[in-house]
Every structure is written in structure tokens, then in C-alpha cells.
Design a protein around this ligand. Sequence first.
Ligand SMILES: [Zn+2]
Length: 487
Amino acid sequence: MKKWIILLCIALISSVIVPNSHVEASGNFQDIGDSHRAVTEISYLVNKNIINGVTSTHFVPDREVTRGEAAAMIGRSLGLNGTKRDTGFKDVGAGNMASGYIVELVNKKVISGYSDGTFRPNAKLNRGEMAILINRAFNLGGTNSSNSAQILMDKGIAQGMTDGSFGTNVTIIRSDFAVFLARTLNADFRVQSGDTSIFKTTQYVNVGSTTLNMRSKPQITNSPSNVIAKLTHGQAVSVASYTGNWAYIKVNNLKGYVDKSYLQSKKPSAVLPAPPPAAGNDITVIIDPGHGGSDPGADGFGFLEKNVVLNVGNHMKAYFDKTAIQVKMTRTGDTFPSLTQRAQFAGKYGGDLFVSIHANAFNNSANGQESFYYSSRAATNPYTNQSKALSIYMLGRMQEAWPLVNRGVKEGNLAVLRQNTVPATLVEMGFIDSATDIKYIQSETHRKNMGRALFLATLDYYYHYEGRTDLAQYYSVAGSSPSKRLH
Ligand SMILES: [Zn+2]
């Protein structure tokens, strides 16, 4: 194998087994395990090249921090020029690893030497001195060990000792210094004493039908205790900040980390199961505008029955077109299907219900509305009860639409009813040669209202007679609701 291929293979394998260099950085230290209380903060600082191990394999967390080490760590945190150089202090040579940072920090008046011309780089730092250093370096406002300590505690950077004091004269160890420095640099790490103000941004979980692990640390470990909650799709969380791929969040009173790629600012739409079939898409209503073509039907006041019934039929269809219920018309133009063709139409085209629309005429001497069904049990149409109920609901809605004389629901030996194969009705919406009824028949607004009535009556039949409560939603299409039970 060529050398570059071997290198490529190593690179690929490394990228697979080391998914997150952030995590790996702390793993280099044999004395900082996943459960070490400062592992996250040390990882953070190592990643930023602010802190190193004492050796490549050991961090030595309990070793006390010297003034020289503190200067180097703070100097690197501030991004100062650490080039080694002469310091002017008789005990810090140009070769001292912290010499450059000591010079820079002295110039910034963050740290100072002693009156005898020494800096004492190997002297142990105590907590009070640390508080002043951090306050000065990051302009937190403290001027002495007392108020500097208070500021660090107020900000959640440091906590007091168990005896209630700050422990000003207690020397500080490397792991504690790392924790305080990380908290200073990144509010994520700070201790929150009831102060939730850092969790300012509302985001929403978008995980579809799975759940999002919320973790105690910004890293994936095999330890089950790292997962402190499982968040669900659409759940709102409050975000304080982002570190790499992680968001530091608060949910209820729980704080922790989640993969930020599963958060978004807009509430995601709900993950719904597949929608059920649209209500009524199993039903096909046959609309039969009477007459047509060479057969004008009745006439009066210049109006022909064949035209007004087609118009009403089209209005009726328009309401059904706003639902999932199917509609087929025996004619859509000025044509004349035979009565047998109309009666066989439902059987031929999968219809479930038949509504024939007509207008009456009787020598200008009659008026009103009626509906018909075929009552004798014909060989081809056994749906007598259904047809009668349908006719009842039709006339109910027709009376609601146009306040004309109620001539009743009647039995009628009519071919389109007798020869039909589905529940069937024939409606006479009014007398076209009646001076009373023509006021409605001649009006487009009233004809549309009649189309609406025939639509609603069909729903009423299915709702009450067939128990199709799933169709109740469609009454809103016509701004209505189910009729009283009439059959
Ligand atoms: Zn007719």
C-alpha cells in the first residue's frame, strides 16, 4: 500500500472512532475521567489552548496553581502575546514559560511584582488573589479581594467554602482554577442560583416521532446518567448559549445540553399520523336536471324548465365540489338523455343517490313545492324507505329556501324513480307559470339558494338516515348545520 493511502485510511478510521475532538481532548488525561467534576471545563479550556496538562497524559488536577501558571492561563484567555522575553523581575528570566504573559499583564496592571523587585512566579496563588486577578483581567469591577470575591459569587463564577467564607487565604488547585476561568469565559458554565436570565431564547425541538436526549454535559458518553431527559417534538426550550454543536438549555427547572441541530426558532408543525380518508369520498351523488335539448319541459313568464333546473343543478354541484363527496350529472348542457338512460345512470357510473330536479306548470293556476318517491317495490329499485326519507329531507330544505306552498311528499310512478337502482327522489321546486313562484325561479340568487337547499338535504339524508355523522363537517360549506330528524 502506498504511504498516502495508509495515511488516508488512518485519517478515515480516526474520523469514525473520534466523532468529537472536543470530547477527546479531555480524554487524553488519564487523571481526568468522564465523571471528573471539572471535565467539561478542562475540555473547554484545553480546546481553546488556554490550559495544558502537566504532561501529555496527566492534568494533575489537585496541584496548586502558581502565580506564573495563573499569569500564563489568564494571558492566553485574553489572547495576549506570550512570546518569551525579559521581564525586569530578577526571579523571572526571559526563558521562563510565562515571561511574555507576565510582562503583558503587568503592563495592563492586572498583576504586579513585589517591592523587592521579585515576581515570585513559583509562589502558590490563593483564592483571594485569584479573585482580584480575574476581576482585573476581565474588567469585572472588583478592586480588592473582598469585593472581587463577592462579584465572582454574584456572577456564579465562584462559590463560597462550606464554612460560608470565600476562603480568601486558601490556595487554589488547578482543577478549581480551570472551573473559575471557564465560567468567566463562558456563561454556560456558571452556577445559576435561581437566576435564569441567561436562558433568553425560546427554541423548539424538531425530532419528528423520536425523542431528543438532553444531557448533563455537552458530550456523548456511554454513561446512561449523562441523559437527564428525553424531549419531544414541538417542545419549547430556553437556550442560554451554544458551544460547538451543543445548546445549553433549560426545560422546566432542568438545565443541560442538547444537539443544537434539533432546535429551531419556529414551532414545527405537529407530526400527524397519515390523514384518514376524506369523509364522504365513498359517496357519488347523481344530479339529474330534468328535460333538456328538444324537451324544454314546462314554461312560464319567458322561462324554460330545462334551463332553470340545469342552473339549480350546477349550483347544487358547486357545493358538493367543496367536499370530498363525488357528484355526477346526467347532463351538463342542453341535451336530452332518455328517461331510461337517466334511471340507469347511477348503476352505470357508480352512483349512490339520485336527485332529479324539476319545475311544475299548471295553467297559471297552481303553486308550491313537492317531492316524489316511488313506493311500489319495483324489481330494479328496492330502496323505498330510503327514497321516501330522501324526499322528506328534500322538501324540508326546499321550504326553508323558498317560502312557497307545501304540497307535500308524494308517491309517484315516475320512470326515473321506478327504474332507478339507488335511493331516488324527484323534486318540483315550484310552478314556473305561477306569479308567486316565478319570483324565486327567475332569480339567480334564489336559484343558488335552491341548489344549496338540495345539497343540505342530501347531507341531512346521509346524516339522519344513514348515520353518516362524518359528513357533519360539510354543513359549514353552506354555513348551516344538520336539520331536525324528519323521517
Ligand atoms: Zn319536469
